[in-house]
Design a protein around this ligand. Structure first.
Ligand code: HEM
Length: 141
């Protein structure tokens, strides 16, 4: 596997080398830290949705911190569609932090200061995008 120069991309590569599937790890942490999130998913048939949601969120993060080809716009779009699922802005944002914390857990000592700094910046930048989106929606209402 080629090693990425982008610290966030690199953190996903290192995690992929250590674990086959992030999905159970991420959702276990999400539901432990935010139990209210569990009830938002249907009881039956939500496993593929959870996997797809995580995969698309990771694609959006990588685009957001990388070439910004457009896939990062999923973040803005999903803010409003998640209103319908009862997901607050705070909880929506928490998903990104849960992904970062899951990677930190998997990487252990491989979680470098550079990776940590890049994730802190990305989480702050994503928060700004999401809060900006809230503002636009509120203005229209
Ligand atoms: C903890 C925060 C979140 C919760 C509780 C949540 C919850 C949900 C739920 C309940 C669904 C629908 C499942 C179904 O159809 O049965 C869903 C779908 C989806 N979520 Fe999330 N979500 C969260 C964060 C995010 C984030 C941050 C993103 C990406 C930026 C995202 C992207 C998606 C996508 C792409 C789908 C597929 C369908 C759609 O377009 O709405 N979700 N989510």
């Amino acid at each position: 596997m080629t090693s990425s120069s982008n610290p966030i991309e690199h953190s996903f590569e290192l995690a992929a080398a250590r674990c086959d599937d992030l999905t159970p790890i991420v959702y276990r942490r999400l539901f432990r830290e935010h139990p209210e999130a569990q009830a938002m998913f249907r009881t039956d048939g939500s496993e593929p949705v959870k996997g797809a949601m995580l995969a698309l969120t990771i694609e959006a993060i990588l685009d957001f911190v990388g070439e910004r080809s457009g896939r990062f716009r999923l973040i803005e779009c999903e803010v409003s569609s998640h209103d319908a699922y009862g997901t607050s802005r705070e909880l929506f944002l928490a998903f990104f932090a849960v992904i970062a914390d899951s990677l930190r857990e998997i990487l252990g000592e491989q979680w470098s200061a550079e990776i940590d700094a890049a994730w802190h910046k990305a989480l702050a930048d994503i928060e700004a995008v999401v809060l900006q989106q809230t503002h636009l929606v509120d203005k229209r209402a």
